[in-house]
Ligand binder design. Structure first.
Ligand code: 13P
Length: 251
C-alpha cells in the first residue's frame, strides 16, 4: 500500500512572515490527518522558520530546488548537504525550472543523484508541453524524461514522481482524472521497465496542475494517482486543508 501524499509547492510566494502566518493557519488542521503525508515546500529563506513551527507535528518539509554540487564556489546556490538537516523532500525538475532556467535532463539527473546521495527524497516532476500533447507525443516525452532523469541511478529509494502536464500548471485547465490516471499508469509501467515491478508498485506518483478543493475528488478516486503536487491552492490554508481532508477520506 502506498501512503497518499499531498505536497504544497509555494513557488516564489510568501515573505518569511507570510510563510509563518500561513503555516500557523494550517498547522493544527493538517496535523490531525494521519493517513496522508502532508508536505509543504516554502521558499528556501523560510525553511528554517517553518521547520521550527512544524517541529513535533506530522507535517513534513520540502525544498523547491537544489544544486548538484556538495559545496564550493557556486554563488547563490543551495547544496543537498545544506538541506538534508532541514527537510525530507526536494522538488526536482519542475517545468518552471526546465522552462525558465534551462534545466535539461542531464541537470535534472545530476540533481536527483545528488539528492539521493545524501538521503533527500526527490519529488521528480515530469510532464509534456501543450504542443507535445497536441502532437500526440506525451508518451514519448515522458519516457525520455524518465530515462534522462534516472540515468546511472540504480536504486530510486524514496523517490516520488509528480506528473505535471505543463499545459495544466497555473492555467485552471486541469487534466481529467481519467487522463491523469492513464498517464500515471504509463509512468508506472516505465518505472517497472527501467527498474522493477516491485519498485514501481511502491513508488508514489502524484498528479499536479490546477488541483483545487473542487477537483480533488476526481483525481483521488483514481487508483493510480497517489496524491497531488499543489501550486496556487496550497497558498490558501483552508483550501489546502480541504484537499488533504478529501484525500484522507477517499484514499
Ligand atoms: P498549480 O496548482 O498552481 O497549477 O501549480 C501546479 C504546480 O506546478 C505544482 O508544482
Amino acid at each position: 500500500m502506498r501512503t497518499p501524499m499531498i505536497a504544497g509547492n509555494w513557488k516564489m510566494n510568501t515573505t518569511v512572515s507570510e510563510a509563518i502566518e500561513l503555516v500557523r493557519e494550517m498547522r493544527q488542521g493538517l496535523d490531525k490527518i494521519d493517513n496522508v503525508d502532508k508536505v509543504i515546500c516554502p521558499p528556501f529563506i523560510s525553511l528554517v522558520a517553518v521547520g521550527e513551527l512544524i517541529k513535533g507535528s506530522s507535517i513534513k518539509l520540502g525544498a523547491q530546488n537544489i544544486y548538484f554540487e556538495g559545496k564550493g564556489a557556486y554563488t547563490g546556490e543551495i547544496s543537498p548537504l545544506m538541506l538534508v538537516d532541514l527537510c525530507e523532500f526536494v522538488i526536482i525538475g519542475h517545468s518552471e525550472r526546465r522552462q525558465y532556467f534551462n534545466e535539461n535532463g542531464g541537470i535534472v539527473n545530476k540533481k536527483v543523484r545528488a539528492a539521493l546521495a545524501v538521503g533527500l527524497k526527490p519529488i521528480l516532476c515530469v510532464g509534456e508541453r501543450l504542443e507535445e500533447n497536441e502532437a500526440g507525443r506525451t508518451k514519448e516525452i515522458l519516457i525520455e524524461q524518465l530515462k534522462a532523469s534516472s540515468a546511472r541511478i540504480y536504486y530510486l529509494s524514496g523517490m516520488i514522481i509528480a506528473y505535471e502536464p505543463v499545459w495544466a500548471i497555473g492555467t485552471g485547465r486541469a487534466a481529467t482524472g481519467e487522463q491523469a490516471n492513464e498517464t500515471i499508469s504509463l509512468i508506472r509501467r516505465n518505472i517497472a521497465r527501467l527498474y522493477s515491478d516491485g519498485l514501481a508498485q511502491d513508488m508514489r506518483i502524484l498528479y499536479g496542475g490546477s488541483v483545487t478543493a473542487a477537483n480533488t475528488t476526481e483525481f483521488m478516486k483514481q487508483p493510480e494517482i497517489d496524491g497531488a503536487l499543489v501550486g496556487g491552492a496550497s497558498l490558501k490554508a483552508t483550501e489546502f486543508l480541504s484537499i488533504v481532508t478529501q484525500t484522507s477520506a477517499i484514499k
